[in-house]
Design a protein around this ligand. Structure first.
Ligand SMILES: NC(=O)c1ccc[n+]([C@@H]2O[C@H](COP(=O)([O-])OP(=O)(O)OC[C@H]3O[C@@H](n4cnc5c(N)ncnc54)[C@H](O)[C@@H]3O)[C@@H](O)[C@H]2O)c1
Length: 291
């Protein structure tokens, strides 16, 4: 199937990045959100980010102008009906995603491919509630989308080969690299990354190291660009905890038990960078470890 247009549901952190890279790759983009302010903020952010790419000579002014012209926004979900590919990137709640698909399905062309950017919800379960489980996939971008190279493609149990190949073609055209994952909790990246972050929190909890010594150890001893606690703050500690719970519940193995200290930080509302406090305090000039 020749995909020319992409409908994106949700204009938050991920949705705006997906719109950005899709428009630059030449796709017509229709972006929707339930909040008009999210749509306005997304267009502002995409403009700022593309202007920065022009200033750094990553793209030309004309590429930027054409890409911006390809992005349309709407507060009406069914306006995405004519899109060849839908990428759902709304809030990580299963009831919200089911409701979006239920409203959107009657407006879609029969051949439209439906995908979700979910980090943790079962693709097979989401697909089973639609009229097209064979044309349903996980299309999992990494944050921040314009910078991160990987897209995980997750096949549900019913996903057919044409759908998979069409989505692979889109990833290629976005100039990104795909890795294929089967539909098991947290897929590949988070299945490996989150237990490492959780273990770093246990290392802190048990007093084996301080925030600084743990992050320094992994940066200089394992050549990681960011320490695990710094990375956890960047991702959001609530998100890290939610993914650990998905692993723990879905695989029923105690090795995925979320560290009580991670839970404590989330209970305190110390969710990382977005809350200005997590394993580091970001309210001053430079981040200060909180333990
Ligand atoms: N943040 C990450 O690092 C990351 C990485 C990979 C995947 N994801 C996944 O991407 C999805 C979005 O995450 P995010 O970080 O962009 O969240 P976010 O909170 O920044 O954005 C979600 C957006 O969805 C909108 N929304 C809620 N209900 C809606 C509806 N019914 N119709 C349309 N829009 C609706 C919200 O108004 C909000 O603007 C989630 O499924 C998440 O698991 C997130």
């Amino acid at each position: 199937m020749d995909i020319k247009s992409i409908g994106i549901v949700g204009a938050g952190q991920m949705g705006n990045g997906i719109a950005h890279v899709s428009a630059l790759a030449g796709y017509d983009v229709m972006l929707t959100d339930v909040r008009q302010e999210a749509l306005d903020a997304a267009v502002d952010l995409i403009t700022t980010n593309m202007d920065r790419q022009v200033a750094r000579e990553k793209i030309t002014q004309s590429e930027r102008d054409h890409a911006m012209d390809r992005i349309q926004t709407t507060s009406t979900l069914i306006d995405l009906g004519k899109s060849d590919l839908i990428i759902e990137a709304a809030t990580e709640r299963e009831d919200i995603k089911h409701a979006i698909f239920a409203e959107l399905l009657p407006a879609l062309k029969p051949e439209t491919i439906l995908t979700s950017n979910t980090s943790s919800i079962s693709i097979t379960r989401l697909a089973s509630r639609t009229d097209r489980p064979e044309r349903f996939m996980g299309f999992h971008f990494m944050n921040p989308v314009p910078i991160m190279q990987l897209v995980e493609l997750i096949r549900g149990i019913a996903t057919n080969e044409d759908t998979y190949q069409a989505c692979r073609g889109v990833v290629d055209r976005l100039n990104k690299t795909s890795a294929t994952a089967e539909d098991f909790p947290a897929f590949i990246v988070n299945r490996i990354l989150m237990p490492m972050i959780n273990e770093a929190v246990y290392t802190l909890y048990e007093g084996v190291g301080t925030v600084t010594s743990i992050d320094t150890s992994m940066k200089l001893g394992a050549n990681h660009p960011m320490g695990p606690l710094e990375l956890a703050d960047f991702i959001g500690l609530d998100t890290c905890l939610a993914i650990m719970n998905v692993l723990h519940d879905g695989l029923a193995d105690t090795k995925y038990r979320p560290c009580p200290l991670l839970t404590k930080y989330v209970e305190a509302g110390w969710l990382g960078r977005k809350a200005q406090r997590g394993f580091y305090d970001y309210r001053g000039e430079t981040p200060v470890p909180t333990r």
